[in-house]
Design a protein around this ligand. Structure first.
Ligand SMILES: Cc1cc2nc3c(=O)[nH]c(=O)nc-3n(C[C@H](O)[C@H](O)[C@H](O)COP(=O)(O)OP(=O)(O)OC[C@H]3O[C@@H](n4cnc5c(N)ncnc54)[C@H](O)[C@@H]3O)c2cc1C
Length: 358
C-alpha cells in the first residue's frame, strides 16, 4: 500500500487549515472504510490523510425533547446509530438502513458522514435521512452553513462540499404525529452487500389513522443520486393508505426512477422492484405501527405479495474473468411468493413505536 502521512488535528479550524495548506495532496479520513479501499486499489493517492475521528463532539444520536429535533454527528458510527434506543424506537426507518450496512466490524468504524460524502448511489444511510428531511451542517474556511440533504448529492461520487469543507452534523426536524416508515435494502445477499435497490418510505397519517397527511419516498440505486419520488408522494397525500393507493404509488415511483443496467442488476428488474418495494414497504411497517394500537382495525386484508422472481445462477465468471452476472428471469415469470405482509406479534411489540409526539 502507498505510504502517506496521517495527521490528527484537534479542532475543526486546524483540520480545515491543514486541508488548505496541503490542497490536492490531502484527503479527510473518518472510519477509512472507503478511503483505505480506494488507496489500496490505487484509485486515490493522497500524501496526507487528515483524521476527522478525533474531532468527535457527539458520539450518539441525540433527541432534543424540547424541540423534537434529532441530531447525529457526522462522525457517529453506523453501529452507534444502530444501537441507539432513540433511533430504534422512534426512527425505525434509519435503524433498518444502518443495521444492514456491511458487517458489524464495518459498522463499528464506518461513519454516517463518510457514507454521505462518499456519495455513491448505493449509500444506504442517505435514503432514510432524506425521507426524514435531514439538514446537513457544514464547516469550512468561510464558516458554517447548512444544506438540505436531498440537494446534497450532485452525481456519483460528488456532493455539495467545497474543497476542505467538513460535514459536521445531520439534524432532522420533529416527526409529525402518527408517522411510520421503513427502509428495505434489496440485494442478492443479506450481509456485506451493497444494495441492488434501496427504498425508504415514511408516511404520516391524519387523525383518522387512514388518510395520508405527508409522504416521503426515496430510492437508492434508482438514479445517479438518491431519488425523491415527488410525484408518487403527491399522489399519496390525501388518499386512504390502502392496497390500491400503494400499488398506484409504486407504479408512479417506478416511472420516476432512472434505473439502469449494472453489475448488481438489470434495469427492467430494478424498475419492476421499485413498484413492488414502494407498495410493500409501507404496508409492512404501517401494519406494524398501526396494529400496535388496540383500536386499529386493518382496512385491508393480509395480502400475499408476488415479487418478480430472481433466479440465482452460480456466479458465472465472464470472459474477462471478473464480472459475476446474475441470471434473472423475464418479467412474465412473477412466480415466487416471498412473504406475507402480516407481521408477527413479537415484531409488533418490538417495532410498534412511531413518532414521539403521536
Ligand atoms: C466490506 C464493506 C462493506 C460495505 N457495505 C456497505 C453497505 O452495505 N452499504 C453502504 O452504504 N456502504 C457500505 N460500505 C461503504 C462504507 O463502509 C460506507 O460508505 C461508510 O459509511 C463510509 O464511512 P467512513 O467513515 O469509513 O468513510 P471514509 O472512508 O473515512 O471517508 C469516505 C469519504 O468521505 C470523506 N469524509 C468522511 N467523513 C467526512 C466528513 N465528515 N466531512 C467531509 N468529508 C468526509 C473522505 O474524505 C472520503 O472521501 C462498505 C464498505 C466495505 C469496505
Amino acid at each position: 500500500m502507498r505510504k502517506f502521512t496521517y495527521l490528527i488535528p484537534k479542532t475543526f479550524d486546524e483540520a480545515v487549515s491543514l486541508h488548505e495548506s496541503y490542497g490536492e495532496k490531502a484527503k479527510y479520513i473518518a472510519g477509512g472504510t472507503d478511503v483505505l479501499v480506494k488507496i489500496k486499489e490505487g484509485k486515490m493517492r493522497p500524501n496526507y490523510l487528515i483524521s476527522l475521528k478525533h474531532l468527535l463532539d457527539q458520539e450518539r444520536p441525540l433527541l432534543n425533547h424540547e424541540t423534537g429535533e434529532l441530531s447525529i454527528g457526522a462522525f457517529t458510527t453506523h453501529r452507534s446509530i444502530e444501537t441507539s434506543s432513540t433511533v430504534r424506537l422512534n426512527y425505525p426507518i434509519l435503524h433498518d438502513a444502518v443495521s444492514n450496512i456491511g458487517s458489524v466490524q464495518i459498522r463499528n468504524v464506518a461513519t454516517i458522514g463518510g457514507n454521505l460524502v462518499n456519495a455513491v448511489p448505493s449509500a444506504d444511510g442517505a435514503i432514510p435521512l432524506i425521507t426524514l428531511d435531514a439538514k446537513a451542517h457544514i464547516y469550512g474556511t468561510k464558516g458554517k452553513r447548512t444544506a438540505e440533504l436531498r440537494r446534497f448529492f450532485l452525481g456519483p461520487g460528488q456532493c455539495d462540499l467545497d474543497r476542505g469543507e467538513i460535514l459536521t452534523k445531520l439534524v432532522m426536524p420533529p416527526l409529525a404525529p402518527r408517522t411510520g416508515g421503513a427502509y428495505v435494502k434489496h440485494g442478492r445477499r443479506s450481509a456485506m452487500e451493497l444494495p441492488m435497490l434501496g427504498a425508504g418510505v415514511l408516511l404520516s397519517l391524519e387523525e383518522d389513522m387512514l388518510t395520508c397527511a405527508k409522504a416521503r419516498i426515496c430510492l437508492g440505486v434508482a438514479a445517479p443520486t438518491p431519488l425523491r419520488c415527488i410525484q408518487a408522494e403527491k399522489y399519496l397525500v390525501g388518499k386512504a393508505i390502502d392496497e390500491s393507493s400503494l400499488v398506484e404509488a409504486g407504479k408512479i415511483a417506478a416511472e420516476e426512477s432512472k434505473v439502469r443496467d449494472s453489475i448488481r442488476g438489470v434495469a427492467w428488474y430494478r424498475r419492476e422492484m421499485v413498484g413492488v418495494l414502494v407498495e410493500e414497504v409501507p404496508t409492512v411497517r404501517m401494519l406494524i405501527v398501526l396494529t400496535a394500537r388496540p383500536e386499529f382495525v386493518p382496512p385491508w386484508p393480509p395480502r400475499t405479495s408476488t415479487r418478480p422472481a430472481m433466479v440465482m445462477s452460480p456466479l458465472a465468471t465472464s470472459s474477462s474473468g471478473r464480472v459475476p452476472t446474475p441470471r434473472i428471469t423475464p418479467p412474465s415469470c412473477r412466480s415466487i411468493v416471498l412473504k406475507t405482509c402480516r407481521p408477527s406479534s413479537s415484531r409488533v411489540e418490538a417495532r410498534g413505536s412511531v413518532s414521539p409526539s403521536s
